[in-house]
Design a protein. Structure first.
Lengths: 304, 601
């Protein structure tokens, strides 16, 4: 809930309704694409958290999944391939009152954007990063991605990939992300809860969502994932604040693949909290421009 | 003519501490109201090599390092060996007699050996103090000026350190008086104190005046000074300063911050700029303005990181794939950098496009004195057509905009300028996409690319540039229209060309005029053609090999210059380089001169 002051200075209380996040465009994803579920889960999570669409900024890179900001009714930026996190960081620091959510795919985030991924995590910027991980390059019609499994045959690896994939979960845990989760498009209810936790988390939250590509990835399909997925929240005794246990869980892959909140810590301040420039005065973007006469005189005095 | 005009050169290995005595002397001169210009020639290493700082001061404006030295202070043998031969009669060389052998100077050069060990009483850190004190004695500057400077510098280290340095300085000052012949002039107090700043300081200060709230950078010579200035003043001024993982991240972060409504800025050099260019296109496509400064250095690739060049003009013209409007300006001095940044921010906000500044090592790392009254921070701020929360936005449906089309972020207006809401404003939700999009921001590139809409949006963005030319000052001819020759330069060469023209008139009796170009885009082609078509002979002067500006001028006007003077050895033009080349060209010896830098630095 928030207060909106309009130009006639009347004060209106607003809160989101169930359909407030409905976008004007029907997604252009292939029928059956895992990304539909992620989009729906996001809308649901934002509504259930009571956030208003104009206070949310969704920033993406480029790729199939990065088209998402166009399909949700909130402020959006559809930036450059791999650069969503850098833009999102700038936006969050420019106006830290915005709820900033970055979205994208595995190629966008772990391939071309890998450098920004690493550094955004260590900064612990208060962002939520949702990767729709389909282990393939879809929009370029099916080439190997950083998360493609070894041996996978794609248009750019016709004899099977010989490279090892990235496992983004341990990477995020050691990289400094303070909320690290894995989810699955096929488990939307669980996904909504994971996203709500991520959005509410203060600091950098990362959710790697298995979001199968029904057109180009014939290996890692819904059918492949369904029997392997084990929801951590349904497991007794798993403690996501146990660093070493979280690494073990994060590395698990094969017959059993755990999903859920894998790692979380609440004891680290976010970048915005560590930056004294944001202590008072509100968002930078809304502050008065220029400096005072006293400040100007002091700068000149240093040069005399 | 100037009554007082002298140059001091201080040289040694990197790490020997050239900067400190340089700064002390510059401050002492500026406090007396003298104008000054300092240029440091250095290499890309932390210890060793050869570094040579020239400080020139005068009662008249000083716009470049000049041609000669009156004093040199070699801190090692190498500097003595390199520079002694360039001294003319009347000059002097001050050096540590215990360590350095003078060699054979030209006739009339005064050799001034200082018994450093005796004078410093074993304080090895006080060598610079001795050199400065002796120099000031030779220049007829009263001891009090140095005493005040030493007190200011060393006060943090306690009274004992101050007293020790003042004592050593007094001994050196007296020693010079007893043993050397002072210059025939005494450097007077000519007016009120001048501010001393580098071009990088001026760039940061210009951003501060413009209201920059977000500054990001990746360290890169010779632009790092802007980052250091911003970082050291960030907290007191409320500016977010971030060092980012690479220049790609820098530009994307800057655009993210700018998109929320901040004035956001970054500086880099050519290599970093190359990494930024895709994102500069994003600024153009989503119409989110920002300002980026390229402090050019000698390229390509890593090139010569500590040397100057004007080699990035065409990189700027072609920055970012595709065809979109951007603004490009090449400031002509340190003070001009300060004044240009706020001017450019106003234009980028108004026209919602990238604003790019072509500076270079010469003016950005170069030091100048500026009348403090010229450093006016109370600048005009024009944010253009922006919609802020609690301001001019309609909020009938706070979640409206994107869905109900009550607001079109990229509206196809007559001017091409569309009112720009920032995220957070109720009732103005939109998406900014780097894909081609419709007026409402909806991407048209994916499903049904519509050629008519694409054409409309290309034209909408391009149309913004139709009115911008009138917003910037046309270049002016300096000197008579009947001059024998018109010298055309752009950006940082302003000062040295002007001085060359004074020398041509004074020493050679040649009347030359100057046309210095600041604005590259928009380009005052008509006015430039009006001036040049009336000129008897036109010579273009630039710090690059291929004549990048000459080619640009031709592309925009069809004009071919009569001659060219180009330098691409890493060092800036000195006035005599231009004087000699102009003489050669007027005598018909050549129409393409490449001056040779006599000093091996």
């Amino acid at each position: 809930m928030s207060t909106v002051v309009n130009n006639t200075t009347t004060v209106t209380e607003v809160k989101p309704e169930k359909d407030s996040y409905e976008g004007k465009i029907h997604p252009d994803w292939c029928p059956g694409c895992g990304d539909f579920s992620v989009l729906n889960a996001m809308k649901k999570a934002l509504f259930e958290l009571g956030l208003n669409p104009h206070e949310v900024l969704v920033v993406s890179g480029i790729g199939c999944s990065s088209n998402l900001p166009g399909f949700i009714n909130s402020y959006g930026m559809h930036t450059l391939h791999g650069r969503g996190l850098a833009v999102a960081t700038g936006a969050k620091l420019g106006n830290h009152n915005l709820k900033v959510i970055a979205t994208g795919g595995d190629g966008d985030g772990f391939g071309i954007g890998g450098n920004h991924f690493v550094h955004t995590m260590r900064r612990n910027v208060d962002l939520t990063y949702i990767v729709m991980d389909n282990q393939i390059y879809g929009l370029t019609t099916g080439q190997v991605s950083p998360t493609s499994m070894k041996g996978m045959k794609t248009k750019s690896t016709p004899h099977g990939s010989v490279e090892n994939p990235i496992n983004p979960i341990p990477m995020a845990i050691v990289g400094g992300a303070t909320y690290v989760a894995r989810a699955f498009s096929g488990k939307q209810k669980h996904l909504v809860e994971i996203l709500k936790g991520a959005i509410e988390h203060r600091g950098f939250s990362f959710v790697d969502v298995f979001s199968p590509c029904v057109t180009y990835n014939k290996d890692n399909t819904f059918k492949w994932f369904n029997p392997r997925i084990k929801i951590l929240e349904e497991e007794e005794g798993y403690d996501p604040t146990d660093f070493h246990a979280s690494l073990d869980k994060g590395y698990m892959w094969g017959e059993e693949i755990p999903i859920g909140l894998i790692w979380k810590r609440d004891d680290l301040p976010s970048l915005e909290e560590l930056e004294p420039v944001l202590d008072e005065g509100g968002p930078l973007a809304l502050r008065k421009l220029g400096i005072s006469k006293e400040q100007a005189d002091s700068l000149i005095k240093e040069m005399l | 003519m100037a009554k007082i005009d002298f140059s001091i050169g201080i040289g040694g290995a990197a790490g020997q501490g050239i900067a400190t005595p340089g700064n002390i002397l510059a401050r002492i001169f500026a406090r007396r109201g003298l104008n000054l210009n300092a240029y440091n020639s250095y290499q890309s290493l932390i210890r060793g090599g050869h570094t040579f700082l020239t400080i020139r001061a005068s009662d008249k404006p000083v716009r470049n390092m000049g041609d000669t030295w009156d004093v040199i202070i070699p801190l090692n043998q190498d500097t003595m060996d390199r520079h002694l031969k360039h001294l003319n009669a009347g000059a002097c060389v001050l050096f540590d007699a215990d360590k350095i052998k003078p060699g054979t100077p030209s006739e009339g050069v005064q050799i001034c050996p200082l018994p450093l060990k005796d004078l410093t009483k074993g304080n090895r850190l006080a060598g610079n103090t001795v050199a400065i004190a002796a120099t000031l004695q030779m220049l007829g500057i009263e001891f009090k000026a140095l005493e005040d400077a030493l007190e200011q510098i060393f006060s943090r280290k306690g009274d004992e350190v101050v007293a020790s340095n003042v004592g050593i300085a007094q001994a050196a000052y007296d020693y010079a008086a007893d043993n050397f012949t002072a210059f025939p002039f005494k450097v007077p107090v000519v007016g009120k104190g001048q501010a001393v700043l580098t071009g990088n300081d001026a760039t940061a200060l210009g951003g501060i005046a413009a209201g920059v709230k977000f500054y990001a950078a990746y360290p890169m010579s010779p632009s790092t000074g802007v980052l250091m200035y911003m970082a050291s003043h960030a907290r007191e001024l409320g500016i977010m300063v971030r060092q980012v993982e690479d220049e790609i991240g820098v530009m994307n972060m800057v655009i993210g911050a700018a998109h929320t409504g901040c004035r956001a800025m970054c500086a880099t050099s050519g290599g970093g700029f190359a990494l930024m260019t895709e994102a500069i296109g994003m600024s153009g496509m989503i119409e989110t303005p920002m300002v980026c400064i390229d402090v050019q250095r000698a390229g390509p690739a890593t090139g010569v990181p500590t040397k100057t060049e004007q080699g990035d003009l065409w990189q700027f013209l072609g920055a970012g794939q595709g065809d979109y409007p951007k603004l490009i300006v090449a400031p002509t001095s340190q003070l001009d950098l300060f004044k240009t940044i706020p001017e450019l921010f106003n234009l980028t906000d108004k026209y919602q496009c990238p604003g790019l500044v072509l500076a270079d090592l010469l003016i950005s790392e170069g030091t100048a004195s500026v009348d403090p009254d010229e450093l006016d921070f109370n600048v005009k701020i024009d944010r253009g057509e922006m919609i802020f929360p609690n301001g001019n936005g309609s909020t009938d449906n706070p979640f409206g905009g994107y869905n109900d089309e009550s607001y079109l972020r990229f509206k196809n207006t007559e001017s091409g300028i569309s009112p720009r809401a920032i995220p957070g404003v109720p009732g103005h939700i939109f998406i900014a996409a780097t894909d081609e999009h419709d007026e409402d921001g909806v991407v048209i590139s994916d499903e049904f690319t519509n050629p008519h809409k694409r054409q409309m949006m290309v034209e909408k963005r391009a149309r913004k540039m139709e009115t911008v030319l009138a917003q910037v000052e046309p270049p002016k001819l300096v000197g008579p229209e009947t001059a024998e020759v018109t010298l055309v330069g752009w950006g940082s060469t302003d000062g040295v060309i002007l001085e060359a023209i004074e020398k041509l008139a004074g020493e050679e009796g040649i009347v030359a005029s100057q046309l210095q170009i600041r604005w590259i885009i928009p380009f005052h082609a008509e006015e430039i053609m009006r001036i040049l078509s009336n000129s008897k002979k036109v010579i273009i002067i630039e710090n690059n090999f291929s004549g990048q500006f000459a080619r640009y001028l031709r592309s925009e006007t069809g004009f071919d210059a009569d001659g060219h003077i180009r330098k691409y050895d890493g060092e800036p033009f000195m006035p005599h380089h231009i004087v000699n080349a102009v003489k050669d060209q007027l005598e018909g010896k050549t129409n393409h001169s490449v001056p040779v830098h006599e000093l091996i630095l």
